[in-house]
Design a protein around this ligand. Structure first.
Ligand code: ADP
Ligand code: MG
Length: 351
């Protein structure tokens, strides 16, 4: 009887010892995670670059201020370098070149990539519309805010269209040279994406584990999940209001929106905006906004412009080629109807 009692007591104290240890471990884990949770702090930096408002939200064990400064410098460098209206810029030089022009690695790569997107999208994204953009008055739009815009005459449009078209540009892969053959490059539909991708690289070089996002005029590049584990919730703007018409959840990748509501003028009640369709020479008309989610910001930017131009009329083409290239699309048509690629729903939920 006594023997049994002491055995029971032993077992009891062993069990309570195990419980105490477990409790201590549990409290420890809770304390440690809450400590680290508190340490995941986000810092926000803002600037005006790429012709738009830029916001960086970053959490890093490295120095966030230094990263922000480096990124903003890079955005300003890219803005200048790819501005077709700055006589110092390489794009200006290309647009005013006769014959072959040797360029630096970066220029060659960005122009080449933009031409590839033109090919994939069958010219709905076309980086050689510089002359058409100027004819419509969308060059240096912000500076012209008070000027009166007019719709160009058909003959003028047709004349300019003869000097547009991505097939006209020749690339010399051996000598890193470009021959524009009279077209004017305008990389406005891809440069924001390129700049966001550079920002991502700079942040990751400084701290592989940094998280957050960078946004430039509605285009977003995710640096990493919120607090290292949660989704960032991104609203898709109502193109005819200031509310959101949908929400997407992202932990990585990029999203870009092209719309007819950013840069436009109105003549006789008709809206003329800055995204032009080379097949007509006019602003594209069968969509009012196109949002693209992709693995990188360059693709999202180029595809959002392309999806906008393809619009409702060529939706079948969009929903065929874009998912094949790992991109999903949400289109708002001119009749305010929503069209989505099959994979888009994946981003409308958390898993
Ligand atoms: P935003 O810059 O307003 O976000 P986009 O990314 O769609 O919009 O880029 C629009 C800019 O791209 C225009 O301002 C012009 O410089 C240029 N662009 C206009 N039409 C086209 C087109 N069809 N393909 C490529 N670039 C275009
Ligand atoms: Mg774009």
């Amino acid at each position: 009887m006594r023997k049994k009692n002491s055995k029971d007591l032993n077992r009891l104290s062993r069990i309570s010892l195990i419980f105490t240890i477990l409790l201590v471990v549990l409290i420890g884990v809770v304390l440690i995670t809450s400590f680290f949770k508190k340490n995941v702090k986000y810092e926000t930096f803002e600037t005006f670059s790429l012709g738009t408002y830029v916001q960086l939200r970053i959490s890093t064990k490295s120095n966030a201020t230094i990263i922000a400064r480096e990124i903003f410098q890079e955005l300003n460098r890219i803005t200048k370098k790819f501005d077709p209206y700055n006589p110092e810029s390489i794009i200006y030089k290309l647009n005013n070149s006769n014959g072959w022009l040797e360029v630096d690695d970066e220029t060659f790569a960005v122009v080449d990539l933009s031409l590839q997107y033109a090919k994939i999208t069958n010219g709905s994204f076309d980086p050689t519309l510089g002359r058409l953009v100027k004819l419509w008055g969308f060059d240096k739009f912000a500076e012209k805010e008070n000027k009166t815009f007019k719709v160009p005459a058909r003959v003028e449009i047709d004349k300019v269209l003869k000097k547009c078209g991505y097939e006209k540009v020749e690339m010399d892969y051996k000598n890193r040279r470009i021959k524009t053959n009279g077209v004017w490059l305008d990389l406005g539909g891809i440069v924001k994406g390129y700049a966001l991708e550079r920002a991502y690289q700079i942040a990751k070089e400084a701290d592989q584990e940094c998280t957050g996002f960078i946004e430039a005029g509605g285009d977003i590049r995710i640096l990493g999940p919120k607090f290292g584990r949660d989704y960032w919730i991104i609203g898709i703007r109502n193109p005819r209001g200031s509310d959101s018409i949908d929400y997407i959840y992202l932990k990585s990748g990029a999203v870009a929106t092209s719309g007819d509501y950013e840069r436009f003028f109105v003549v006789n009640g008709k809206r003329y905006h800055h995204i032009l369709d080379i097949s007509t020479g006019y602003p594209a008309t069968s969509a009012i906004s196109a949002t693209v989610i992709a693995d990188d910001a360059i693709k999202a930017d180029a595809f959002s412009t392309a999806a906008f131009v393809l619009g409702k009329n060529k939706w079948l083409y969009t929903r065929t080629i874009m998912p094949k290239n790992n991109a999903d699309v949400f289109l708002v048509t001119d009749e305010l109807k929503y069209l989505k690629t099959d994979g888009f729903v994946y981003y409308e939920n958390t898993y």
